[in-house]
Design a protein around this ligand. Structure first.
Ligand SMILES: C[S@@+](CC[C@H](N)C(=O)[O-])C[C@H]1O[C@@H](n2cnc3c(N)ncnc32)[C@H](O)[C@@H]1O
Length: 203
């Protein structure tokens, strides 16, 4: 069983630092893009996030949630209800760095996943998959810990980024169109500064 599978199985949402009652920054950035409801959105490392619930409620019809932890996706599916709305979502159990997407998406969303890739080769694999999963014009919304954020998450080391470094890590085929610093408050009240970027594929 992976670290992440075990983590989701053995904890309640309020025991996980990354839990948000509402994914407010994700929604603010996605709303600002003025997407059509049929925009294809993939939430990479989406875990048991409530982003998919919120996008379903907004009428989005082409949603994919990918995570390495099957237990995380099972938690989200059970919460949303299956049969029912969860049946309208594509759920993919995969490691994002080795995933073979069979289609492209208008939006790639990643909150607190890329920062776990501490090896350059893993980051190269991630960008290779990102390029296979997007077209010119597609948008990538990414969030990592900021330079003054925690050095670990869920007991694992992370890389911390400011907006320019995060855009540079993704590479020149994406242009930085928006950057935010947002302080996340964990369920037990501690704070974690995040760097958020909106990148648009230009090549
Ligand atoms: C800090 S949690 C964030 C979860 C979710 N994005 C959110 O905002 O609630 C990191 C997530 O990334 C997933 N994850 C970690 N490494 C991964 C990888 N290589 N491929 C896919 N998912 C991964 C974990 O299972 C976990 O759900």
């Amino acid at each position: 069983m992976t670290h992440w599978d075990e983590r989701y199985r053995s904890t309640a949402p309020e025991e996980r630092s990354w839990t948000e009652d509402e994914p407010l920054e994700s929604l603010a950035l996605l709303d600002a893009l003025g997407l059509e409801p049929d925009a294809g959105v993939v939430d990479v490392g989406g875990g048991a996030s409530r982003l998919v619930d919120a996008l379903l409620a907004r009428g989005f019809v082409d949603l994919t949630v990918l995570d390495v932890a099957a237990s995380a996706l099972a938690e989200a599916r059970d919460r949303i209800g299956e049969p029912g709305p969860a049946a309208r979502v594509e759920w993919v159990v995969a490691d994002v760095t080795t995933w073979s997407p069979t289609r492209t998406y208008g939006v790639w969303h990643d909150r607190a996943v890329f920062h776990f890739l501490t090896e350059p080769s893993s980051r190269e694999d991630y960008v290779r998959v990102l390029l296979r999963a997007t077209d010119v014009g597609s948008v990538a919304v990414l969030a990592t810990f900021a330079p003054d954020g925690p050095q670990t998450c869920s007991g694992l080391p992370v890389e911390r980024y400011d907006a320019e470094a995060l855009a540079a890590a993704i590479g020149p085929r994406f242009a930085l169109v928006r950057a935010e610093r947002v302080v996340h408050t964990t369920p037990w009240g501690s704070t974690q500064p995040f760097t958020w970027v909106v990148l648009q594929r230009v090549d």
